[in-house]
Design a binder for this molecule. Structure first.
Ligand SMILES: NC(=O)c1ccc[n+]([C@@H]2O[C@H](COP(=O)([O-])OP(=O)(O)OC[C@H]3O[C@@H](n4cnc5c(N)ncnc54)[C@H](O)[C@@H]3O)[C@@H](O)[C@H]2O)c1
Length: 438
């Protein structure tokens, strides 16, 4: 197996398989396309793309003419004669919405059966869209059972999710927004093989664990769906008010600091404060009086309530305790307590009988006439972080700063820490740590 000379078998000559085949032969790799569908095999053998995709016919034609691309339904022969196999079969929805992994499993069994007799290490690369855990629970057992070999040592394995968009698939192949390689344990060899296949693409791949790669594909597509539905919802609201929605969305997109950026894109606790909850309420109400449904905005509110609920359940499990809370405002470096989800969490814990001690550097127990005073919580507010850590057996971290980080480093043995902000700490022995979304 020499670099740039890998021979590739592609199982599943549909949209993903044919685009991969066309681009790989263009880049100088020998490819065998495998499919049970005779129409697809014959089309490829005749130098035609079995699917319509701009530019693909030309790639398949030259690949077939130069003898770099062939097609067959003999999966065993194809696998035996190649170094690396891509699984590009479909993963359609079943009636209940669950994922049909039947074709992926079948292909894994077929590859496994084919390499039973093969000498040397064959590499298997999943390209189909599959839910987290599919490689571990379905692909690996199928491969190992059918081959009698061990994945990792005898069989290379990786997941390389496909992000192409039909209609611009070839351009997307050479200029992808991202390349993701899911690595199986310490199988660097399979990742290096993938890197050599993608050597023509000027994008550094993200090499991440297989399970993460599996969910990244869904995260991307669901994000695109949410973006489209959000834009459409804004469009509906704008139209009813006689506003040009494209101008509005152009302005939204022009802000690359807060809008089209990494801002607000790290999982964590609920939003709050004096603006987001109020403004969502107002725009949803505006929709209601104008007979425009706002399901995306409604879902944002529901999702926020759910996040608060999850945090509450994490702290509340195991019954009433001495709960120490770090942070009461909705974000660091403000004293504004309006609609802070930390306040809502504290109130809910209080109502369930937890004894609270609270520290927030910007919130005082004394009514100074400012906004940052809540009489019903004032009795629980402490003057120092240490007072909280000395009293609490459960600590909720709702604010990220150095002072709080240092304080939670010195918690007592047996303390439970519930982290809502991903504080950079190494919990000491005897302390139970749990993050809200990590
Ligand atoms: N189409 C897209 O735009 C796109 C983009 C990214 C990811 N994906 C994902 O990639 C996967 C494939 O999608 P697609 O659109 O290319 O599907 P597709 O239905 O076009 O192609 C799948 C092919 O697999 C073949 N096949 C079935 N069983 C086989 C077997 N045992 N051995 C060999 N071939 C077999 C089918 O005959 C078919 O030609 C899916 O998981 C999909 O979600 C698709």
């Amino acid at each position: 197996m020499t670099e740039n000379k890998l021979k590739v078998s592609i199982l599943g000559a549909g949209y993903v398989g044919c685009v991969s085949a066309g681009c790989l032969v263009k880049d100088g790799f020998e490819v065998v396309a495998v499919d049970p569908d005779k129409y697809k095999i014959n089309a490829i053998l005749a130098g035609k793309s079995p699917i319509y995709e701009p530019g693909l016919d030309a790639l398949i034609k030259s690949g077939a003419e130069e003898g770099m691309l062939t097609a067959t339904d003999d999966f065993k022969k194809a696998v035996m004669e190649t170094d690396i196999s891509f699984c590009c079969t479909g993963t359609p929805s079943q009636e209940d919405g669950s994922l049909n992994t039947g074709y992926v499993r079948l292909v894994s069994e077929q590859i496994g059966g084919a390499i039973r007799e093969k000498e040397g290490r064959h590499i298997v690369v999943m390209r189909s869209t599959i839910l987290p855990g599919t490689v571990e629970k379905e692909v690996i057992p199928a491969l190992e059972k059918a081959s009698g070999k061990k994945v990792g040592s005898d069989i290379g394995l990786a997941y390389y999710p496909e992000f192409l968009r039909e209609g611009t698939a070839i351009a997307d192949y050479y200029e992808p927004g991202a390349i993701v390689f899911g690595q199986f344990e310490d199988d660097h060899v399979s990742i290096e093989a993938l890197k050599s296949l993608c050597g023509q693409i000027d994008v550094t791949p993200h090499v991440i664990p297989i399970r993460s790669a599996e969910i990244v594909k869904y995260t991307n597509n669901c994000w695109h769906a949410v973006k489209i539905s959000f834009s459409n919802e804004i469009g509906n609201l704008c139209k009813t008010a006689g506003i040009d929605s494209h101008v509005v969305m152009d302005v939204l997109c022009a802000d690359t600091r807060l809008n089209i950026s990494k801002a607000y894109m790290k999982p964590g606790f609920a939003y709050g404060g004096s603006c987001l909850p109020k403004d969502l309420r107002a725009l949803r109400h505006f929709g209601k009086v104008n007979n425009v449904a706002t399901p995306v905005l409604d879902a944002a509110v529901e999702a926020n309530d759910y996040q608060l609920d999850r945090a509450f359940r994490l702290v509340n499990r195991g019954g009433a305790r001495n709960v120490g809370i770090f942070g009461l405002t909705f974000k660091p470096d403000t004293d504004d307590l309006r609609e802070s989800p930390m306040v809502l969490l504290a109130e809910r814990l209080m109502s369930k009988g937890h004894k609270l001690s609270i520290y927030d550097p910007n919130v005082s127990a004394i009514d100074d006439g400012g906004r940052n005073f809540l009489p019903h919580l004032a009795g629980f507010i402490k003057n120092s972080a240490e007072e909280v850590t000395s009293e609490a057996d459960t600590i909720v971290i709702g604010i990220k700063n150095d002072q709080i980080r240092d304080a939670v480093k010195n918690t007592r043995d047996g303390t439970n820490i519930v982290d809502l902000v991903r504080m950079p700490i190494e919990p000491q022995q005897g302390v139970q740590y749990e993050g809200l979304v990590w």
